[in-house]
Design a protein around this ligand. Sequence first.
Ligand code: AOF
Ligand code: ZN
Length: 387
Amino acid sequence: RVRCGMVEDESVDDGFYIRRCVELARRAIGFTSPNPLVGCVIVKDGKIVGEGFHPKAGQPHAEFFESNELPIWNPRRDELRAKSLDKVFALRDAGNSAENATAYVSLEPCNHYGRTPPCTEALIKAKVKKVVVGMVDPNPIVASKGVARLQDAGIVVTVGVEEELCKRLNETWIHQMLTGKPFVTLRYSLSVNGHFLDQLGEGVTEAGGYYSKLLQEYDAIILSGSLSEKFSSPTSQEPGANQPLRIVVANNPGQFPSLTTEASKTIVFADKEIAAEADLARKEIEAVVLDRINLTPILEHCRCQGLCSILLDMRGSIRDLEELVRETIEQNVLQKIVVEVLPYWDESDGAESLVVLNGLVKILELKNLRSEISNRSLVVEGYLQNR
Ligand code: AOF
Ligand code: ZN
């Protein structure tokens, strides 16, 4: 193709449109679990003629929606109405323009009848001539069968454009799909002088902060340690955000009164003694009573509830949580660590540094490290295994 007198390399454009797919997919952050985030763009003669994203599990896929009825929506219903249905499902948005166009999808189009009909058939029926796929779908019922079906129908298919970005978009979903287990991220805050901070970090009270954005991405958040009342109510401040289920691992009975008034749903895990002492049954707090507080049954409970991503929010005293963290590492259930370094020099008495965790940290070798400045904080992320 020639544009502005220059011969353009098509693959450069491919990356651009897949990045747009990822941007669209992110509109539904927090709402698609146990499904992935997926975006789709239809391009004809160098112009975008259709855009869509998967809004929620059980609802139509990013590529296609056939009926005239409004899908059953989610807490962002008004937002969907405002955008009009046609901007949510790409082939529907494109209409007849999809013929001979290129479809870009961040995840391989599905080829199965699930809660929705196969997207491959919709693309074939719409007569697109080419499909560019960000990454192959790890779901065993799809796993390259979508690509094969499109190729059989004579459509040119390119796979693996901006693959790393697409994988990162759905890192929790991919892990859950491949292992059957939830993706667990450990989070904590540090001062500039390396002290462990008993606080949530940037964005607790205002939208756009790293913590507020992080919260909406997870299905559940595990809070542990001797929580004082002021720390008991983390909610995402993003407009219309998903609020993760809150799991409180109870270490003392004193923390419960504040939980009943919270906006997001809470479940308490306690041992028999604490449950009795805090009189959980009478306070109508949903509680799971264990013989001994232990991460394995908590994560198993999460898995059975269909929770795919868990944020282990490390606050309170390090010693309270050391046991829990040790378990995540020993039992190989931890996938990611997110550390926020706040611009404070902490000189408080009895401040604890991460040295207590030395024994654990030594055996960790984080992979794929990334860092970014979020407002005034430095956020560092790393994985326990190469991704
Ligand atoms: C796509 N486009 O937008 C999504 C896909 O239960 P269902 O019918 O929603 O199917 C869920 C599976 O379909 C999910 O596990 C994943 O493999 C794929 N998701 N595929 O072509 C989409 N969300
Ligand atoms: Zn589909």
